[in-house]
Write a protein that binds this ligand. Structure first.
Ligand code: AMP
Length: 187
């Protein structure tokens, strides 16, 4: 299973991604987690990414594409993977398709879209800000991240719909309930 998780920040991609990891026994590749780790470790890549992340902007395509290619090349990703937070724009989606071909891997099977409305997203992210204290979970940055999602990432639904790969799942309800909807949508 080669899967892309699509959905606004706070739509549950990380949480549901973990459940999918346990279910399918394939790795989750999260560019946000990888970037936060690079920032925390103070690497050159982290330094380059930090300003964009703190402002809720997208990090340069070249940086995130490099992260994904390196990870996809590792042996455990050969039988499948779950992409969380990548691709984030059409250019990244095109590079991903080309990359899988170049690496001799099968194409993406499904793009699962977790649909959650903006007000619920803001509520969840403000709640996460209190609990986890993520640098980009502040109200003005949250609103900007939602705008970036709507402007740049949401159009990917069209990109994957043209390949007949999109399955939309309502991302509101109990965690297990949402997970069962995803499994149903993947059948
Ligand atoms: P996330 O944890 O997926 O919400 O990502 C947190 C932040 O990391 C985003 O707001 C972006 O600044 C950056 N980021 C994560 N994934 C990408 C990506 N695929 N392209 C560009 N920037 C990204």
């Amino acid at each position: 299973m080669r899967m892309v998780l699509l959905g606004a920040p706070g739509s549950g991609k990380g949480t549901q991604g973990e459940k999918l990891v346990a279910h399918f026994g394939i790795p989750k590749i999260s560019t946000g987690d990888a970037l936060r780790a690079a920032v925390a470790a103070g690497t050159e890549l982290g330094l380059k990414a930090k300003a964009a992340m703190d402002a809720g902007q997208l990090v340069d395509n070249a940086i995130v594409i490099g992260i994904v290619e390196e990870r996809l090349n590792q042996p455990d990703a050969r039988k499948g993977f779950i992409l969380d937070g990548f691709p984030r724009n059409t250019a990244q989606a095109e590079v991903l398709d080309e990359m899988l071909q170049r690496l001799g891997q099968a194409p993406i099977d499904r793009a699962v879209h977790l649909a959650v409305d903006d007000e619920e997203i803001i509520r969840r992210l403000l709640d996460r800000a209190e609990k986890e204290g993520r640098a980009d979970d502040k109200e003005d940055v949250i609103r900007h991240r939602i705008k970036v999602y709507n402007d740049e990432t949401h159009p990917l639904l069209d990109y994957y719909a043209k390949q007949d790969k999109v399955r939309t799942v309502v991302g509101v309800g109990g965690l297990e309930e949402i997970f069962q909807r995803i499994l149903e949508a993947l059948k």
